[in-house]
Structures are given as structure tokens and as C-alpha cells.
Ligand binder design. Structure first.
Ligand code: GLU
Length: 545
């Protein structure tokens, strides 16, 4: 009876009953195996690849079972909130085409029947449940001045892996009705804490969908359900939201394992059906010194999902790379199904690897090169142009001015080739990669080249250079000139008798390549020279080494 009265005293304006709340959130009518998953970011910064990984797994678990994937913003920590964070998260989900079925848009409009999908707009609901727990004697008001501080300590603990198993009862757990009343009359702010049933001697088991059975000490702390500003920390808010919104699988980072025992006690006290947790390993990387460490927002640009957009990685490359990390069978599946979309690769919860993934940009770049090599020249050109429009305005202008030339450039060694070049892995690298198209080279890879010989050949060659219609015609002309100047046209002859020639055809092609591009390696020379046009080619051939 006293508890009921205390609850009324604390929450006189909360009239919303638990029954009414449950009526607003009816059980979802979905088939038996349909999963309801969510991405529940705190809008406190950039979108970390680890968070995206969880969102991507959640999206697939829902889509592969005809379920629902929704986004819920966990914005109960207003001090840490960053204004643009929600916008960035939506941009990334849109860009990667893993759009949620339910969410609240940036204008505050809910899309879906289980909203509001933003925690700061659900405070009345949390208070109603807190009131219920107080009325049942499972929670109590705490007037300690340090409440805010304690909450911070608790957050720190939640983020640690090891468990701190001391019992931690709060001094306010047994306040009488009269004492509570007196505190309230003094206008003292209060937090609400769970009155734990445990004393540190109990253990509990729970089943993690990735890690299997986990056996830990049961919670024995009077942890906070509502802070003294009336806002719940993560534990209380997620228990209520995931239950009301009908989540069937919570995919979250493994840093939450160490606080799961708190969440389990909460679910029990709230009479909620237990939820399935799937704790995801963190993403690691091997750093420059060969050490394995967590991929970090501070040190690794690739930890921020905007890195992939800003650098023009094809979205499929990033998603396919992540699928590789989720399930190693993806690689074989891709080999056997080169033309299917990644969406056709169906995986369930049991297919997710238990091994902590190690991020490897070289592997991502390889996947990306492969995907880009399948584009037609025109497709690549328009992707490049689209990227330049957002990230490099002056390049956009150049690409637009000479569209034909740049389409030709993108077609180079790609179309009509049985082995298209696999050398481009993102759009931001293309300008540097093809810098010799934009500007005549300044630096030349000429270290081990006989400069006099090169100058002599290039002088003759430039005098006779004209436009050609095909690589074959172009090559025949090179051979003809080189042959007259004492180079071996036939490689076999050259090998038999190297001393009777100035060199072979490969050597003169190298002279031309270096003069035109500055480099010893490039795509087909005929194409490059065709793109540059006769005047520019002659100018470059006239360069003296
Ligand atoms: N808001 C929590 C976070 O960003 C979400 C954890 C969860 O997915 O339950 O870490």
C-alpha cells in the first residue's frame, strides 16, 4: 500500500496505464519466423563502421525473413547529442540502400505504427513503467545528491568488459512514505532506481545468439531507471522500447554483454518476455606496426562510414566486403553467382561468424576493383561525374567540358576486353591515377633509361607521328620506325642476337610511355594517345630527357 502511495506521490501526473500503453503497441501480425530488428543509434557523432555493421546485420535478418527493420534514435543523453548526427545516419542508410521500414524522419514525422521512434519523445511511457515498478516495490526514489555522478560511474562500468560483482544497495532503497514526502516537499530532485532482488551470491545464464550460453553473476546493484531529470539511461529505455516495438532480435555491440544481467533483471521485473540478444564482436584492424587493435574513430579514417562515400567507393563493394566479414561463405557464393545481387545472399542468425572480424582495406579495394571493372566506360564516367559533382567541383567542370574524351578514357581497357583492367577501386583516386590526361607529366620514371637513346628515338617518332584508327595500325607504325632505327622488331631475333640491335620494341614503347605519361606502367598507349590528340602527343614526344 505504501509503495502505491509513494508511486502516486512521485508521479501524480502520469495517468497513462500500462494496459493503455500495450493497447497502443499491439503484437505485430507477422509470420512465425519473421524477425523484427532495429538499429538504435545514439545521435552523438559519426556513424562508426561497427555500428553500420550491426545495422546491416539487423537489416538482413529482417529482410531475409520478411520481417521489419526499424530505426530508433536513442537520444536520451542530450549533452552528447550532435545536431547533424541523425541527418548523417539517414544519408548513410540511404546511400547504402538499407533503408528502414519504420523510423521518424527529420521533420519529426513517424513512419510506422510503433512510434515515436525517438526516445526523448517517449518519456511519458518510461515514467508510467517506472511508476508501476515503484508501486510494486521493485523500484524506489533516490534523493542522493550524487545521483548524476553515480549514473556516470555506472555508465563507465557498463562499458567495461569485466564484471564488477559487488553488491551495491542504495541508501534510499527503504525510505518510508513520510520520508519521501518530506524530500518532495523540500523540492529535492529524485532519480528512480531498481531495487535489486539479488545480493551478489546469485548467478544467471542467458543465451546469446552468437556466443551461445553465457553464465554470469546476477545483477546486485540498485541501478538507475530514471535520472533526476526524468530521463532514462539506456538499460530501462531499451527494455521498454524493444518490448513495445516488438523487436525479436537485438543486435548490439559486445560491450553490452557485461550489463546484460541488469537488462535481464529488468525484463523480469517488468514482466516482459525475454528478448534475444545477439552481441556482435567489435571490428579490429592490424595497424602499421603489425599490432591488432580495435578500429578507432580517432585513428582510422575508414572507421567513419562517410569515408566510403567521400572517396567514391561503390556501395556494393562496401556491403559485399561486410558480407565477407559476416559469413566467410559469401566469397564462394559470389564466385558461383557472379551476376546476382548481394541481396540474393541470404543468411540467418546461425550463419553469422563468431570470430571477431579484422578489417582489411586491401581486401575491400580488391572487391571494389572487381566491381568497377564490370562497369561499362559510360557507366564509370557518369559515376565519376556524379561523385565530382558532390566532392570536386572543378573536376566536374573539366569532365563535363570534354565528355567524349573522358568517356573514352573510362572505356580504356575495359569494354571489348576479355580481361578488363582491375586497377580502380574508388572514384576519388581516378584524377590522380589519370593525372597524365589532365596535365603533361613533370616527373618521369627515367632512372635506368638511356636518355640519349630515348631522345633520339622520340625525336624521329614525333616527326612521323599521326593519328591511327586502331591499336594494330599504331603498333605497326612504331615497329616500322623502330626497325629503321636499328631496333629489333622480332623478339625472337633479338633474343638470339641482342648485340646487333639498339634494343627491342618493348624498349621503344617504354620511351613513348614515359614521355606521354611519365610512368613505366599505364593502360594501352594507343588509347591514351588517341585521347590526348595529335598536338598534345607531339608536344610530349618533344620533351628532352
Ligand atoms: N544506443 C545504443 C548505442 O548506440 C544502442 C545499443 C543497442 O543497439 O541496443 O550504443
Amino acid at each position: 500500500m505504501n509503495n502505491l502511495k509513494i508511486a502516486e506521490l512521485l508521479f501524480p501526473n502520469i495517468e497513462l496505464s500500462i494496459d493503455e500503453i500495450f493497447k497502443k503497441y499491439p503484437k505485430r501480425e507477422l509470420g512465425n519466423n519473421c524477425q523484427v530488428t532495429r538499429y538504435a543509434p545514439s545521435p552523438t557523432g559519426l556513424m562508426h563502421i561497427g555500428n553500420f555493421f550491426q545495422a546491416f546485420i539487423s537489416y538482413n535478418l529482417a529482410k531475409n525473413t520478411n520481417g521489419i527493420f526499424y530505426v530508433r534514435f536513442e537520444d536520451t543523453d542530450s549533452k552528447r547529442e550532435i545536431k547533424e548526427a541523425k541527418d548523417v545516419i539517414f544519408q548513410i542508410l540511404k546511400e547504402f540502400e538499407i533503408w528502414p521500414d519504420e523510423y521518424q524522419d527529420l521533420d519529426g514525422v513517424d513512419h510506422g505504427e510503433y512510434g515515436p521512434y525517438v526516445q526523448s519523445q517517449r518519456v511519458e511511457i518510461y515514467k508510467a513503467f517506472a511508476k508501476k515498478l515503484v508501486a510494486e516495490g521493485k523500484a524506489f526514489p533516490c534523493f542522493c545528491k550524487k545521483t548524476e555522478g553515480k549514473e556516470d560511474v555506472l555508465r563507465l562500468r557498463e562499458s567495461k568488459f569485466e564484471q564488477d560483482d559487488e553488491k551495491e544497495y542504495d541508501p534510499c532503497r527503504d525510505l518510508s512514505y513520510e520520508e519521501v514526502k518530506r524530500h518532495l516537499e523540500n523540492k529535492e530532485p529524485f532519480a528512480i532506481r531498481l531495487k535489486t532482488r539479488n545480493d551478489g551470491s546469485q548467478r544467471i545464464k542467458f543465451y546469446d545468439l552468437i556466443k551461445g550460453e553465457i553464465d554470469v553473476k546476477a545483477n546486485s546493484k540498485d541501478f538507475i531507471l530514471l535520472k533526476n531529470d526524468g530521463i532514462p539511461p539506456y538499460a530501462f529505455a531499451h527494455a521498454i522500447d524493444d518490448t513495445l516495438m516488438g523487436t525479436t532480435i537485438v543486435v548490439r555491440g559486445e560491450e553490452y554483454i557485461s550489463s546484460t544481467q541488469m537488462h535481464i533483471e529488468l525484463f523480469e521485473d517488468l514482466n516482459f518476455k525475454p528478448i534475444h540478444y545477439c552481441h556482435n564482436p567489435l571490428i579490429w584492424k592490424i595497424d602499421e606496426n603489425g599490432n591488432k587493435r580495435k578500429i578507432s574513430k580517432r585513428k582510422d579514417p575508414e572507421a567513419d562510414m562517410r569515408f566510403y562515400i567521400n572517396n567514391g567507393y561503390p556501395k556494393e563493394a562496401v556491403l559485399e566486403y561486410l558480407l565477407n566479414l559476416i559469413n566467410s561463405g559469401f566469397e564462394t557464393w559470389r564466385k558461383n553467382n557472379p551476376n546476382l545481387s548481394w541481396r540474393d545472399f541470404k543468411f540467418g542468425i546461425n550463419d553469422i561468424t563468431t570470430i571477431a572480424p579484422v578489417f582489411d582495406i586491401v581486401k575491400l579495394n580488391d572487391i571494389s576493383k572487381n566491381i568497377i571493372s564490370k562497369l561499362s566506360g559510360e557507366e564509370l564516367y557518369f559515376k565519376w561525374l556524379g561523385w565530382a559533382k558532390s566532392f570536386d567541383k572543378s573536376l566536374e567542370e573539366i569532365l563535363l567540358k570534354d565528355q567524349k574524351k573522358f568517356i573514352k578514357l573510362c572505356q580504356m581497357d575495359r569494354e571489348n576486353s576479355s580481361k578488363p583492367r582491375k586497377d580502380i577501386y574508388n572514384l576519388s583516386m581516378m584524377k590522380d591515377y589519370f593525372d597524365y590526361i589532365f596535365n603533361a607529366p613533370i616527373l618521369f620514371e627515367i632512372d635506368d633509361i638511356d636518355k640519349d637513346q630515348a631522345n633520339e628515338f622520340l625525336y624521329e617518332y614525333s616527326k612521323q607521328y599521326k593519328c591511327f584508327n586502331s591499336n594494330e595500325e599504331w603498333f605497326n607504325n612504331v615497329k616500322e620506325i623502330a626497325g629503321k632505327m636499328g631496333y629489333a622488331v622480332d623478339n625472337k631475333l633479338y633474343k638470339e642476337n641482342p648485340n646487333s640491335f639498339k634494343g627491342n620494341i618493348a624498349k621503344v614503347c617504354e620511351f613513348i610511355r614515359i614521355a606521354i605519361t611519365g610512368r613505366k606502367n599505364s593502360p594501352t598507349l594507343f588509347n591514351i594517345m588517341d585521347i590526348l590528340g595529335i598536338d598534345e602527343v607531339k608536344k610530349r614526344l618533344n620533351h628532352k630527357f
